[in-house]
Design a protein around this ligand. Structure first.
Ligand code: PXP
Length: 246
């Protein structure tokens, strides 16, 4: 069975649209991403993913603290490879961290982390997390050099970036992008890496994404939160899980 990590960042995006600049760390500000996380878990989510961005555009520090206290499943903290984020993860001890690239201008995470270029920085964070018993996942493109380096850096997990595939879904490059993901997953599994995937996965492309070999977990956010506006979050989570594991 493929596991589902629900990314709840965009619940916080809606909250910040109204409360940005106000006291967002307490009081009756809505919608509360932590309450949403608990509803996702009730509906069968296997984990909750949040991205604490450097600019705090959606998830806030207090959300991470509260979620780590009350989550019943796994908390996966997406973060940049910075000393500030490393210290925060070591203090709050989520079950896992996913190291992602971050630049202030991008709307969302646009490409994989270049673990070849940034290997020293990535090694420092991965070693610190391994020593603290926090699983590290590296969010990378399905590229043979990135995958090889991920194994060398002793990251137990990778998350293959499915964004290029999702963008190509209705165009001629789709088959090539899909093949790249399948080859990457096969290479990673042979190197002993646990294979996750995420970004741009929706209720349509999941029919093909789920056939990528060796998948352990998918991290899905935008499509689930979007559907939840119409169906409620529990139905949106249940429907995605059903499509992942028909
Ligand atoms: N995985 C990672 C590493 C991400 O950065 C994101 C986006 O925040 C996701 C998964 C979820 O992507 P989406 O919101 O497109 O489902």
């Amino acid at each position: 069975m493929i596991l589902l990590g629900v990314n709840i960042d965009h619940c916080a995006t809606v909250r910040q649209a109204r409360y940005r600049g106000a006291a967002t760390t307490g009081g009756n500000v809505e919608p509360d991403p932590v309450a949403l996380a608990l509803a996702c878990e009730r509906a069968g989510a296997d984990g909750i993913t949040i991205h604490l961005r450097e600019d705090r555009r959606h998830i806030q520090d207090r959300d991470v603290e509260r979620l780590c206290e009350v989550a019943q499943t796994r908390v996966n903290l997406e973060m940049a490879c910075t000393p500030e984020m490393t210290a925060l993860a070591l203090r709050l001890k989520p079950h896992a961290v996913c190291l992602v690239p971050e630049s202030r201008e991008e709307i969302t995470t646009e490409g994989g982390l270049d673990v070849v270029k940034h290997r020293e920085k990535v090694a420092r964070v991965t070693d610190a997390m391994n020593a603290a018993g926090i699983q590290t996942s590296l969010f990378i493109d399905a590229d043979e050099h990135q995958i090889e380096m991920s194994a060398k850096l002793h990251a137990p997990w990778i998350e293959l970036h499915t964004g290029a595939y999702a963008n190509a879904y209705h165009g001629p490059a789709r088959a090539d992008e899909f093949k790249r993901l399948c080859l990457g997953a096969t290479q990673a599994q042979a190197l002993g890496l646990v294979v996750n995937a995420g970004h741009g996965i929706n209720y349509i492309n999941i029919a093909e994404v789920r056939t990528i070999p060796h998948l352990h977990e998918l991290n899905i956010g935008h499509s689930i939160i979007s559907r939840a506006l119409f169906t409620g979050i529990e139905e949106a989570v249940r429907e995605m899980k059903a499509r992942m594991n028909p």
